[in-house]
Structure formats: C-alpha cells, structure tokens
Design a protein around this ligand. Structure first.
Ligand code: PLP
Length: 394
C-alpha cells in the first residue's frame, strides 16, 4: 500500500496524555497512584457555567452556530480582553475553537507552510513542535536554562532567526517551568520580532495563574505587535473546564478571516452547549480558588527543594514545578540504573506509585514536571515519597 502522510507520521503522540492513560490504567487495576502529572486544576467548574449549559440545553441549542462562535460569547471575550488585557479588538478578530490546542493548530496552519521555521523555546509545552510539524513547517528548538529563569532572551532569539523564520512561540505563564516574562523582557523580544518581520503565537492559557503583582504581561501590550501576534486563550485552566473544549484566537482581521476559513472546512463550530457554558463561566471565574494556588506553590516548592539533589527556581506562574534532577541521575535505585529522567520516572512510579512527567517530553532532559494543581494532600504525600526515593539512590 502507498505510504501514509509524512506530516501525520512525523507527529509524536502527546506524551502527557499517554502517561495519564497509563496511570489511569493502574488506578483501574486497583493500585494507589499519586498522579502528579495532571494538567488541570482540581476545583469544580464555575457554577455560572454549569447553569448556563443546563439552561441552553433546556432551550434546545441543537444547531450549528457561527463558525467563529456565538456572537454573545465573542462579545463577552471582547469585554474580557478590554478589562483584563487592555486590548480593544473587533468581534471579527476573535474565533472560538475546540480548546486552546485547536486554536493553536489553526494559528500554525494559517501562519506557516513548508519551508518555514518556527522558533520554540525549550522547555516547551509538548504540543508546539508537533503542531508546527503537522502543518509542514520546522520547529527550531532554542534551549533556555535556569540562569535566565528558563526564558528566551532577545539575544538568543536573534541568534536563532534565519531567513526562513516565520514565527516564535511564547507561553507565559509557561508550561512546564512556570516561568513568566516581565513587560521589559517582552519589549526586548518584541523589538527583535519587529526587526525581523516575524509573527508571535502567544499562548496565555495560564494567565490567571500568575503570582507576581498585577496581570500577566502580554505581547499585545505593544501596539506595534498587535498585527503580528496571534493570542491564544480559553477557559480550560482558569475555569477548570478542560473537558468542554472551548478556546479562542485573537488576531488581526486578516489572520482571523483565514482561521475562520480553515475552521469552516474542518470543525465548523465548537458544540453550542459548550459555548454557552463558557459564556456563563466567564462571568463567574473562581478568583478565590485561583488565588489559593500561590500558597500551594509555596508549600510544594519548599517541600521539593528540601530534597537533596533537587534544584528548582520558584515559578512565578502556572501550576507546575520543573526541577532539575541531574544530580540524582547516573546512580541506581535498588539495582536498577537511573541514566535518564525517563528511567527515574519509570522507577519512581513502579516503586512508589508517584507519577511525574520526564523532562524529555518538554525538550529538557534531566528534569521532571510536577503539578501542584491536584489535591494538596496527594501533592504532599507524593513529594514525601519522592524524597524517600531520592535518598535510596546510590
Ligand atoms: N497551552 C498550554 C501551555 C497547555 O499546557 C495546555 C494544556 O495542557 C493547552 C494549551 C491546551 O489547552 P486546551 O485544553 O484548552 O486545549
């Protein structure tokens, strides 16, 4: 038979989703697993979202909506952008898609083609390089390190730019490091972006998990960058609605028209009831619960860094810790060699039931990702077991 598509076969499956599936299998088999891999908050979705969904169902919202989303949802997002991000856009600049992941895919599809390069700072969220490949472009991974807070600097960006560079991906607050860019750092990056005529795909999905003063800075604060930035956001994280699949892009009218066009020929619209749920939820964002995440971060970070051999900067956003564990690699645990972060996570799961994601998934070997968005008692016990495991390494 003829070969299947190169684009499709080049893509790797999401390592976090498959790891989660493996952990759930163990749970079904009756094992006690402490899952510190999950990428979703543990609180309930806003009551306002649930009520709106039920009301919409009762009213019979059974039909297609506009491809770009319900006008009232886009108007609500428009208001959110004005109030929270100081960004004034027209309704034609917003397209509602099936989660931020789909919104990102649309963005890469519209911006890139064969031969284009997209700069992706590492550690990166697992999906960016794969989506760039999926649209036929080439991800150019630029490693960042703890000394710059795992952030891309203007100098590193400039070094990575070639004649083929089309766009750069920014994710602040970031998954997996929890790093956040300051306005000044973004201004420096923005100058390079403008100089080399690039686009920015800016993923703000964790914007409400921001532990510094004020709101999470965004590229769209710079008027010169607005035309060249595709902002991606959604309700998955801040409203704990990962299963509802509602995200959106905000971009120039020209880019948004193409996003609508591709969506009109792929998914049409996000499920109408899910859009109503998102609309209700946006009026009822659980700010109090989000604020509790700063304390969770502090507790989890203090426990983690008390473990000998583990180094981890204090993250300023999102809900992950991303420690370096290189000092714990190279030895063995109970006769099993621990050469890589993958070995480390496999052995940890096998002997303690604690599930972490190896840094290799994020382009950062020698690290592991730990979430603190789950039940604090589970996080505490997981870190306790991790500490005991680390002490047993010879
Ligand atoms: N962007 C980042 C950085 C993420 O970590 C995730 C989910 O883990 C997403 C986007 C996907 O969001 P959604 O569930 O809305 O597709």
């Amino acid at each position: 038979m003829k070969a299947l598509s190169r684009h499709a076969t080049a893509i790797r499956p999401s390592p976090t989703l498959s790891l989660n599936a493996r952990l759930n299998e163990r749970v079904r088999a009756g094992e006690r697993v402490l899952n510190l891999c999950v990428g979703e908050p543990d609180f309930a979705m806003p009551e306002g979202g649930r009520t709106a969904a039920l009301r919409a169902l009762a009213a019979g919202v059974d039909r297609y909506t506009d491809v770009a989303g319900l006008p009232e949802l886009r108007a609500r997002i428009q208001r959110k952008l004005h109030e929270e991000n100081g960004l004034d856009v027209g309704p034609d600049q917003i397209v509602v898609s099936a989660g931020a992941k789909h919104a990102l895919y649309n963005a890469f599809f519209v911006l890139c083609e064969e031969g284009d390069e997209v700069i992706v700072p590492a550690p990166y969220w697992v999906t960016y390089p794969e989506q760039v490949r999926a649209v036929g472009a080439t991800p150019v991974i630029v490693p960042t390190h703890a000394d710059t807070g795992y952030k891309l600097t203007a100098a590193r960006l400039e070094e990575a730019v070639t004649a083929r560079t089309k766009a750069v991906v920014l994710n602040s607050p970031g998954n997996p490091t929890g790093a956040t860019y300051t306005e000044r750092e973004l201004a420096e990056l923005a100058a390079v972006v403008e100089r080399y005529d690039l686009y920015v795909v800016e993923d703000l999905i964790y914007e409400h998990f921001f532990y510094e003063e004020g709101t999470a800075p965004s590229m769209t604060a710079f008027p010169a960058l607005r035309e060249r930035t595709v902002l991606v956001n959604g309700v998955s994280k801040s409203c704990a609605m990962t299963g509802w699949r509602v995200g959106y892009t905000v971009a120039s009218p020209a880019i948004s028209a193409l996003v609508r066009r591709i969506q009109s020929q792929s998914t049409s619209n996000v499920a109408a009831v899910a859009q109503h749920a998102a609309l209700g939820a946006l009026d009822d964002v659980p700010w109090r619960r989000l604020a509790g995440y700063r304390e969770r971060r502090d507790i989890a970070h203090a426990r983690l860094t008390a473990i000998d051999g583990i180094a981890c900067p204090l993250p300023t956003g999102a809900f992950y810790l991303f420690p370096e564990i290189s000092r714990l690699l190279g030895g063995d645990h109970g006769g099993r060699p621990l050469a890589t972060a993958d070995d480390f996570c496999d052995r940890l799961l096998e002997t303690t039931g604690v599930g972490l994601v190896p840094g290799t998934a994020f382009g950062a070997p020698g690290h592991v990702r730990i979430t603190y968005a789950t039940d604090p008692a589970v996080v505490a016990e997981g870190l306790e077991r991790l500490g005991a495991f680390a002490r047993e390494i010879r």
